[in-house]
Write a protein that binds this ligand. Structure first.
Ligand SMILES: [Zn+2]
Length: 330
């Protein structure tokens, strides 16, 4: 089985973590932005987290440079286009990208301009390549709860126009879901689908709460349901889909090695798992590489692959026509 030639779907990919290093330098020069180095190797080093990174917090520091660059309509449009271009070139047929609009208003853009620029980039790529893209709006759980309402209010008019869902991300504290019950319920009522980062840093119970209190349909990572029976049971019985990202999980120390990743055990036990990059640049990976890890470590076969592909189609926030089209690739 050759991962690069397989049709693929990605449901968990951060825009700011997937910027090409060359593009950082190029935009810095075009827009006159001061960055610490214009040398490609140094910039790559600043953007890529090593496999022996110590924590999620250290991993998240790698986003500073790209966010500094992503403050104009042109750069946001270009970076979104390039992400879909990179994905299309490894035979990804559908991708949901996510980002936090509030990180991109430092130089005066409005939240609406930020979202529209990213949507333009997605559309540009859809015209040129055999790929479709949708957008998930991420909210930072370390910011005040009011900021979630701001993203919802300003993002709601793009529902049905490329925006499909809301997400909570950033460092994970115990019991975070309780703070966000009202805004996420409100988003849901408006038509946003819900995916939540949880169970990435050792707290399996956070997954249980994200499903029960926030009605998350999908969970970003969910690694630590392995240590929480109640979380494991609710994910399994409700068919909640896990968006798993093996390389990222090694970097953030959710697992100590690829062989210790629970994805294959989950899959064999009937949990709906999907495979994703999390961040193509920060994790120095692509989707083919993530599948290669599973082929190498767990000897997954084509039947396993097909199941994960179906899980991805099923759990995607795409419309029915897109889902039917995706089913024809495999
Ligand atoms: Zn993520």
């Amino acid at each position: 089985m050759n991962a690069i030639t397989l049709p693929k779907i990605e449901l968990h990919c951060h825009l700011d973590g997937s910027v090409r290093p060359e593009t950082i330098i190029d935009i810095a020069k075009i827009e006159g932005i001061n960055i610490p180095s214009y040398d490609i190797e140094t910039v790559r080093e600043m953007m890529i987290a090593p496999l022996d990174c110590t924590s999620l917090l250290e991993y998240l520091k790698k986003f500073d440079l790209p966010i500094k660059i992503m403050q104009s309509k042109e750069s946001l449009r270009r970076i979104s286009f390039e992400l879909l271009e990179d994905a299309a070139q490894e035979n990804t047929k559908y991708i949901e990208i996510r980002f936090a609009p509030l990180h991109h208003i430092r130089e005066g853009l409005t939240v609406e301009e930020v979202i529209e620029s990213v949507l333009w980039g997605i559309r540009d790529a859809e015209v040129m390549y055999d790929i479709k893209g949708k957008l998930i709006l991420s909210c930072m759980r370390n910011m005040p709860v009011d900021t979630v309402y701001e993203v919802i209010e300003k993002g709601k008019k793009y529902l049905g126009k490329g925006v499909v869902a809301i997400d909570l991300c950033a460092n994970e504290d115990k019991g975070f879901s309780k703070r966000f019950i009202e805004p996420i319920a409100y988003a849901s009522k408006l038509g946003f689908r819900v995916t939540i980062h949880a169970g990435e840093t050792g707290i399996g119970r956070n997954v249980l709460e994200a499903v029960k209190l926030l009605r998350a349909e999908r969970i970003g990572h969910g690694v630590f349901i392995k240590d929480c029976v109640e979380a494991y049971e609710i994910v399994k019985s409700k068919g909640v889909t896990l968006e798993m990202c093996p390389t990222s999980n090694v970097q953030t120390k959710a697992v100590t090695s690829f062989s210790g990743h629970p994805i294959y055990d989950f899959h064999k036990d009937g949990i709906k798992v999907t495979v994703n990059t999390d961040n193509r640049t920060v994790s120095d990976t692509n989707l083919s590489n993530e599948y290669d890890v599973l082929i190498e470590e767990f000897k997954i076969n084509y039947e396993d692959y097909k199941k994960m592909y179906y899980n991805s189609v099923d759990a995607s926030f795409a419309d029915l026509t897109t889902k039917e089209r995706l089913m024809k690739y495999i």
